[in-house]
Design a protein around this ligand. Structure first.
Ligand SMILES: [Zn+2]
Length: 266
């Protein structure tokens, strides 16, 4: 028995995943801060108990990249019992600097005060011990949750530290912000459109994949990823690798877009 749930948190409407196999649980991203992380841990604990009984399962965390909305909950997750944090080695190297920059921006930005009050003032408190995914190029790191193999692919383009989580037996990929639905994909100073396009081609090379869980927005299909690749390639020939405004695209159909929300995929 396997569970795959997607939970969406404010601020930033960021998606996180809970994947529960017969032996272990994996969280995909830790959310924007301590409150989101505490909620994720609570839900992961309950889902793990459904499968493993009282006492639940060991819980790992994987981080898709070093942007605040995805990893500012990581320290809380670790202090609440997450045993191992997987991330790219670029994440491990960059997380402290990224925390400094993001915390400074948040302190001057317009995120809600109830959110800002949760955050420590010392950016080093966001830093977590990471088990780097050191697969050689073209290979994947692997983790078996028990009846649910997981692959970690280190890619790039949205940030310098992108990692995607592939569930090859379920046809599901958690893409981090390499794919974004509804709001425009965010291409900042740490983006590289050429690498980003190559990463989307890699996602489309996963022949079994038919559900892509973006960093923001509702899950999308192969056609959506193909269209975002075309958007990126169009920008790249027009503007080169610079900060650009990509178009926002919406997945057709009716979708629950409430925030916060929890959706079960499997
Ligand atoms: Zn994001």
């Amino acid at each position: 028995m396997t569970h795959v749930h997607v939970l969406t948190f404010s601020p930033a409407k960021v998606n996180c995943g809970i994947i529960v196999g017969s032996d272990r649980t994996l969280l995909v991203d830790a959310g924007p801060g301590p409150a989101a992380a505490a909620h994720l841990l609570e839900r992961a604990g309950r889902l793990g108990e459904e499968i493993a009984g009282e006492g639940g399962q060991d819980i790992d965390l994987v981080l898709t990249h070093d942007h605040w909305d995805h990893f500012f909950g990581a320290a809380e997750a670790v202090s609440s019992g997450v045993s191992t944090v997987h991330a790219s080695s670029a994440f491990a190297a960059d997380q402290e600097a990224s925390a400094w920059i993001a915390l400074d921006a948040i302190s001057r930005g317009d995120e809600p005060s109830e959110y800002r009050r949760q955050l420590p003032t010392d950016p080093t408190e966001f830093v977590v011990d990471v088990s780097p995914v050191d697969a050689s190029p073209g290979e994947a790191g692997t983790l078996d949750l028990g009846g649910c193999p997981v692959e970690f692919h280190v890619l790039g383009g949205h940030s310098t530290a992108d990692l995607v989580v592939r569930l090859p037996e379920l046809g599901i990929v958690f893409t981090g912000d390499l794919v974004e639905e509804a709001d425009p994909p965010q291409a900042g100073a740490d983006s590289s459109l050429s690498e980003w396009a190559a990463s989307l081609r890699t996602l489309l090379s996963f022949a079994e994949a038919n559900v892509f869980v973006p960093g923001h927005g509702v899950p999308v299909d192969r056609d959506f990823v193909t269209r975002q690749l075309a958007d990126l390639e169009g920008m790249r020939s027009d503007q080169g690798d610079s900060e650009v405004a990509l178009p926002g695209r919406v997945m057709p159909g009716d979708h629950d877009r409430a925030v916060p929300r929890e959706v079960r995929l499997v």
